[in-house]
Design a protein around this ligand. Sequence first.
Ligand SMILES: Cc1cc2nc3c(=O)[nH]c(=O)nc-3n(C[C@H](O)[C@H](O)[C@H](O)COP(=O)(O)O)c2cc1C
Length: 325
Amino acid sequence: MGLRIRDLELANVAVQAPMEGVTDVAFRRLIRQVGGCGMTWTEFVPAKALAGQHDRALAAAEIDPDERPVAIQIYGREPALLADGARCAQDLGASVVDVNFGCPSKKVCAHSGGSALLREPALARRIVAAVRAAVSVPFTVKMRSGWDQSSKNAPDIAWMCQEEGVDAVTVHWRTRADLYGGVRDPAVIAAVVDRLSIPVIANGDVVDAAGALALLAETGAAGVMIGRGAVRNPWVFREIEAALAGLPAPVVDLAERERVLLGYFERLRRGFHTDHGALGRIKKLARYFPGETLRDAIWHSADVDDAMARTRSWFADAREVACSA
Ligand SMILES: Cc1cc2nc3c(=O)[nH]c(=O)nc-3n(C[C@H](O)[C@H](O)[C@H](O)COP(=O)(O)O)c2cc1C
């Protein structure tokens, strides 16, 4: 079992999902440091701003020179601008250019970007054709399963993508109307897999190796993408790798988890212009951390030093509990 996107052979079938405000270069360094992830993904970058070389877009598309393979994700609604953005992503060194047909946000959808494109298949086709003509690196599309329960058209959109030369698609089983709720539906991903000959990456609510193996088995997908679960547990990729090889899960003790988390906080502090900015990011991420008490401790922090002290103290308590268990 493997995941190959055209000529790109990924070391693991489990890949990291793009997440706005989360998967910046610092987070992706953490993922790479921990290891086992088949491919990293930038957050979505507006194609127009990227093509216009705007600072914020360039920062969102920043990749490390040794970060391979990495996908830069772009979004927008105008085919020519998406083609320009895609060219720019390729020039920045993306191993893969990914286009977003999945974002449910009102702002993005109002301008017919993201998942709104699922309702405009003719425009979606023109976008895909324009991006395909613009780049030579592998090109992928990430989508939701449809706009709502009455229009789960991911199989048709994915088929169109394949016809236009897309090299792989990612399908999140939720519809746009589901936002982050809805009823789990691997069947819609399986329907995409059935129709396509290009690789399909399955996405939605995977938080551990058992969940990854189940989604792969239920859908027949070639790969699995993990978002929030990777913030909660960055070791999830190594765990999946081990499970697929029939090996026991790697043992990562609390001291190692603490060391990696604090190192990441430190890098965020250096990456942000202000302590306030870094603390805001840490608090945002804490939403996905395991353990209500750790989340609470971080949310009540006054600054980054305080967040780090509270995190140390939480781990000390957790070690004590583990020792006495
Ligand atoms: C905070 C946040 C930001 C996200 N930003 C993006 C994004 O920039 N591009 C994208 O395609 N999907 C984005 N997503 C969706 C994720 O990539 C993924 O499809 C979704 O979270 C389901 O996967 P999960 O259950 O493994 O988290 C975002 C999700 C979250 C929670």
